[in-house]
Ligand binder design. Structure first.
Ligand code: GCU
Length: 595
């Protein structure tokens, strides 16, 4: 029974319940590849909202119409959208203003836009490529839904709410929590904001929502397509392969199973085929969802024994890890930064990148597929996750589904990783083997892995999750965190993994330009020596099928506070300036070059 003087905006402690009720998640995710999109990027009005007042006091409900506040204002309200500062979308607020560098609360973004339907019965969606961490979306005074997860896309249909003149409000809450994926404790910087692109997407009453096209067992092209709205049928065309199939649609689904022998995609020859998906009633030029034109690569990745095979040929993954972290842009990235990263990988004589520890920008897997780079992609099930918490599990499964749905048509992606460095407990085994199963249910054409830890009591590779993985990832820092390097060869000799192992992290910290002896911490000399020891040892182990040292570039990290780190993790082979190579870079390059 509410008290007689109850006021929701100051007495309702469970105000968030309303915003948990409408989840924007993988079930509603539309695949936007190959479509015409209208950008909503630009400078939005912005205000830091430390007490989450916009949602607590429902400021968002006050803008059903075109409101222009006169100087005298309408009544003593506390919001003033048009008078606020502006913030670029996309951007991380941390990098836009010194006062916001460590801001980890909620930020309010708002802008207006006009909308005129271009077709009869047109449907419209707002599409967000990434908001860190939790976003709630409001349009014209209506709450549309909320999304959790800093690195995966989400969208919401606005057909019923969009008008000629519109005000959109998005609150983005960057607070960390022990119950999230990742938790409140990570080894990277917690950037906040609408840091990736925002689009308006238009479709017809019926449209192609999602598709998954791949080569299975090297001989069969499989396509599974989902369609929203009624349609008479669907056509799939791959002209270069003389494939033009009319597919029946049943309950919004269409599929193809066709024997074919396409030219296989590989790092040496990243062959991509043009394809078209078209609804029977979609006209030839309709790119609002009735017709999709994109490119697809066909390849086969599998393991046999302790080896990895690409298109039937044994491969060694010559890689390195990267964070989505830029000294000027934070977690926001773009085509130039991605291509520069690939150039640096090429200079390292690498063919593979571990995109740590969360889904990177959509463009990374597209550019990697164009350029012939193999990718490990990962969900941030990182360290001490609340494995017993059902909401945490739902969060992890949803972020995994959003990643797989977004990138499973990209030939460069070969591995889905379900997490990093988690203690081998019963609840973690249930949680992460469940994620491995979920990944396989969404994608029957890729390998599943995780970054596991060595059993340092038994000095061997032994992690129960391993039996649910195709590749066992191992993070080890012998020579650095454990100075007794001789343990590594012992461990490798003690272990019988029975499947391929990728050393997905090893390395050491070094401050660029700091020189000394091989025993001096944070010198380039010590880092170089450790790389020499590590790479020499890898050569003696037949079941190591790939390596991705930690890490290509120094990156911002609030836990790293000694005089050589000053808020950066210094294990990069290249300084945070993304230019200056350290001595160990050339050791790693020689290891790959000599293969
Ligand atoms: C761990 C972890 C990384 C971390 C690294 C380090 O292996 O996976 O996220 O940055 O070690 O200690 O530098």
């Amino acid at each position: 029974m509410a008290a007689g003087n109850y006021q929701a905006d100051i007495h309702n402690n469970d105000y968030e319940a309303e915003y948990r009720a409408k989840k924007l998640d993988a079930r509603g995710l539309v695949n936007i590849d190959g479509r015409k999109l209208e950008s909503l990027n630009g400078r939005w009005n912005f205000a830091p909202d430390l007490y989450d007042s916009c949602r607590r006091a429902r400021w968002w409900s006050a803008c059903q119409k075109t409101e222009k506040k006169a100087p005298g204002m309408n009544k003593p309200e506390d919001w003033d959208f048009e008078a606020w500062e502006t913030m670029p979308v996309p951007s991380c607020w941390n990098m836009e203003k010194n006062e916001y560098l460590y801001f980890e609360a909620s930020g309010i973004y708002t802008r207006t836009f006009n909308y005129y339907a271009q077709k009869k019965d047109e449907r419209a969606f707002l599409f967000f490529e990434g908001a860190s961490y939790a976003a709630s979306v409001f349009l014209n005074g209506e709450y549309l839904g909320s999304h959790w997860g800093a690195s995966t896309p989400f969208c919401v249909e606005i057909s019923g709410s969009v008008q000629e003149f519109n005000r959109i409000i998005v609150t983005v809450d960057a607070r960390r929590s022990p119950l999230r994926i990742p938790t409140d404790n990570t080894d990277w910087f917690n950037y906040g904001g609408l840091y990736r692109d925002v689009y308006l997407l238009r479709t017809g009453p019926a449209f192609i929502k999602d598709w998954f096209i791949r080569l299975v067992n090297g001989v069969e092209i499989r396509a599974d397509i989902s369609i929203e709205g009624g349609t008479a049928g669907l056509e799939l065309e791959i002209p270069e392969l003389n494939i033009r199939e009319k597919l029946p649609v049943l309950d919004g689904k269409a599929s193809l199973r066709l024997k074919a022998s396409p030219h296989l995609w590989s790092p040496e020859n990243p062959k991509l085929y043009d394809f078209t998906l078209k609804l029977a009633e979609g006209d030839a030029e309709d790119d609002s969802g009735g017709r999709i034109k994109d490119r697809i690569g066909f390849r086969e990745i599998c393991t046999r024994g302790e080896e990895i095979f690409l298109n039937g040929k044994k491969i060694f993954l010559k890689g390195i890890c990267v964070h989505e972290d830029h000294f000027k842009l934070g977690k926001t990235t773009g085509e130039e930064t991605i291509r520069e990263t690939i150039r640096d990988l090429r200079e390292l004589k690498g063919n593979y990148l571990r995109l740590a520890h969360y889904p990177h920008d959509r463009r990374f897997s597209r550019i990697a597929s164009e350029e012939g780079v193999l990718l490990w992609e990962e969900v941030p099930v990182y360290w001490a996750v609340a494995f017993d918490n059902s909401e945490t599990r739902e969060d992890a499964e949803n972020q995994l589904a959003e990643l797989v749905i977004r990138d499973r048509n990209q030939a460069g992606v070969i591995i889905w990783s379900v997490g990093n460095e988690n203690a081998d407990t019963d609840s973690r085994l249930t949680f992460m083997s469940g994620l491995a199963k979920k990944a396989r249910s969404l994608d029957d054409s890729r390998l599943i892995s995780a970054a596991c830890l060595i059993n340092h009591e038994k000095l061997m590779i032994q992690d129960r999750l391993g039996e649910h993985l195709d590749i066992i990832g191992i993070n080890e820092y012998y020579g650095w965190y454990d100075p007794d390097f001789e343990k590594l060869p012992k461990i490798l000799n003690n272990s019988k993994p029975g499947k391929p192992v990728v050393i997905c992290e090893f390395g050491a910290g070094a401050r660029l330009g700091q020189r000394g002896t091989v025993d001096d911490l944070f010198t380039e000399d010590m880092q170089k020596r450790i790389y020499e020891q590590q790479t020499e040892t890898f050569k003696t182990c037949a079941y190591i099928a790939g390596t991705s040292p930690w890490i290509l570039y120094d990156f911002r990290c609030p836990r790293r506070l000694n005089r050589c780190q000053e808020g950066f993790n210094r294990k990069g082979l290249i300084d945070a300036d993304r230019k200056s190579r350290k001595a160990a870079f050339y050791v790693m390059r020689k290891f790959y070059e000599d293969m």
